[in-house]
Design a protein around this ligand. Structure first.
Ligand SMILES: Nc1ncnc2c1ncn2[C@@H]1O[C@H](COP(=O)(O)OP(=O)(O)OP(=O)(O)O)[C@@H](O)[C@H]1O
Ligand SMILES: [Mg+2]
Length: 283
């Protein structure tokens, strides 16, 4: 890849007991871009994110973050690395007893010695970016799901991290709010120049937002490439996944059937719904 990598995974393998969740995963997350990892449920996407932030440790492989190898790193160094990253967990993970303002301010109060006046400037700037200026006094329980996501995004960005990681930023949102969040993510990335790494099920949403993408399937990374190369992929797993079709190598229980990970064992000529693919992919 011609791009400069900000995070690199090399041969990352992670198991729980005899269950191998990630098998020999290698790819580079390019700096200052939006990258997505997609894949069916249970394929190890969240586990991958937890390895990248050092909450889980792989048995094998290396994870490089801005030139430092984090697997086996001392806690103190890991903590320093983590401060480069803002993380938006699936549910926004806001503190229920704090209003939106205090939630966004929390990382600044916790990790910096900034004055309340400086904190206010940062909170207001980030709240404006996500359109929450009118809701700062409300508790998380008093705002909609979409607002909670936006507050989580503002909190993830408030420390000006080089890298922002999202686990399913759009889960539980209606399609209009998802489209709005996509615009917000793109604008926020443009404004901050940070690297955005998004884990998602939502293929049309990622086709709108991400510049690079990878598909995880049965513990392996089937392909990682630019969006354009993904669109043109001949791999039947990638084609089925991007088109969101029910027919293809990925079954409802994707772990049950015996599928060739290279995606070469599915006869596409059998598929009479080929036109669906272009429709979905041009969203
Ligand atoms: N701490 C853990 N201990 C044991 N098994 C785990 C642990 N965390 C995850 N797993 C297992 O690892 C597999 C992958 O889980 P993961 O949460 O990464 O899936 P996912 O791809 O994020 O799925 P979804 O799209 O549904 O969020 C699952 O089979 C899960 O049960
Ligand atoms: Mg997950």
């Amino acid at each position: 890849m011609a791009e400069e990598a900000v995070i690199s995974l090399r041969g990352v393998t992670k198991s729980f007991g005899s269950h191998t969740v990630l098998q020999d995963i290698s790819f580079d997350i390019p700096k200052g871009r939006i990258t997505a990892i997609m894949g069916p449920s249970g394929t190890g996407k969240s586990v991958m994110l937890k390895n990248i932030i050092g909450l889980l440790t792989p048995e094998a492989g290396e994870i490089w973050v801005e030139g430092e190898q984090i697997v086996g790193m001392r806690d103190r160094d890991l903590y320093r690395i983590r401060r480069k990253m803002g993380v938006l967990f699936q549910d926004g993970a806001l503190f229920g007893s704090m209003n939106i303002y205090d939630n966004i301010a929390f990382p600044l109060r916790e990790h910096t010695k900034k004055s309340e006046r400086d904190i206010r400037d940062k909170v207001m700037a980030n709240a404006e970016l996500v359109g929450l200026l009118d809701h700062l006094k409300k508790l998380p329980g008093e705002v909609s799901g979409g607002m909670k996501k936006r507050a989580g995004l503002a909190r993830a960005m408030v420390m000006d991290p080089d890298i922002i990681l999202f686990d399913e930023p759009d889960s539980g949102l209606d399609p209009v709010r998802v489209a709005y969040l996509d615009e917000l993510v793109k604008n926020a990335q443009r404004e901050t120049g940070s690297t955005f790494f998004i884990i998602s099920h939502n293929i049309p949403s990622m086709m709108r937002t991400a510049e690079y993408m990878g598909v995880l399937f049965r513990s392996e990374l089937v392909k990682f490439a630019s969006k354009e190369d993904m669109r043109e992929s001949k791999n039947s797993i990638i084609r089925q996944f991007l088109a969101g079709k029910s027919r293809g190598p990925i079954g409802m229980d994707e772990m049950a059937s015996d599928v060739d990970i290279r995606g070469e064992d599915w006869d596409e000529d059998e598929d009479e719904h080929e036109h669906e693919q272009t429709e979905v992919m041009t969203v």
